[in-house]
Design a protein around this ligand. Sequence first.
Ligand code: SF4
Length: 362
Amino acid sequence: MGLDWDDIRRRGEDGIGISQDEALAIVALTDPADVDALLTTADAVRLHHKGRYVNTCGISNAKSGRCPEKCNFCSQSAHFSTAAPAYTVKDADTIVDEARAAFDQGVREFSIVMAGKRIDKEPELAVLEQAFQRIRAETGMQTCASLGLMRKEELQRLKDAGMQSFHHNLETARSYHDQIVESHSYDDEVDAIRNAKELGMYVCSGGIFGMGESWAQRVELALDLRALDVDSIPVNFLNPRPGTPLADKHELQPVDCLKIIALIRLVLPTKDVIVCGGREMNLMDEQQNMFKAGANGVMLGNYLTTAGQAVARDHALMESLGMVIRPPPHQPLPPSVPPAVRSEGTDPARLAELGLVDAPAK
Ligand code: SF4
């Protein structure tokens, strides 16, 4: 089908995502001029909804390895022999120290990640409660966690303690999920997302690309994320881990990664699109174009079991593009963040004008 870029941009600016047919036509583009038109359109839609602001997130791998689940990309599964670290839950002091260090590097949303089917044991929930209360009080960062197939009861408890966002990936398209995750179903993933949505949480859900799925399945995943009305989409690219069944898979070219980011932006034009794990090895030098492709966020620092690139490099990229880190309300940026990456300040009226916080009460 022919693609009307002006019309797609206008609809995107109005918050209307592309149709399935348009999405399938977009991912079939290979001519560099067509791909350029795609990225230009995604960039305009991003700029319209997100301006120059970059969401920055960071993680604590707070409980690692020995996971009874079988996800074929994951080095923390007990089913595979890998070099991933294995340890029980960290204490709250350690997690809060990690959050403070992340804040000093420019991270504004901090996620606590624990391996396992779900977190429902008292000692682990108690650590999470303490950590959320203290991170909110001591850093002002947005708080998030990735804790598996969570039920509402435990989610509500953690929300009451200060957990604002819940992360849970669908991982891949429904039609490919059983090739990737052998221990639980796609509907189990959907249930966890719905539980958090029904509690009014900000939900971060995306997937990992480059695991053998087709372009049509990438479109399928994007449309499902839209149907679930998730708030933020983490875009991960497979960084194949030795010892896992996907150890030898390396399918994505940098331009494929840019097309995937642009696809997500145009399917979900108003949402947050965050580039996360695997970006260094898959995007390579094209990382400089990830925001132009439609992303408005990036994970800084290390990932769960792999190292990220130096944070200074990401700050330099944001600075060179004139982009600024989106601050949490009323929270000054630390001195370590370069001047050009700073926001216009933390005056509540100015932040409200920028749409970053609610307008102050008169
Ligand atoms: S992705 Fe999560 S649930 Fe799956 S094996 Fe890894 S730690 Fe376990």
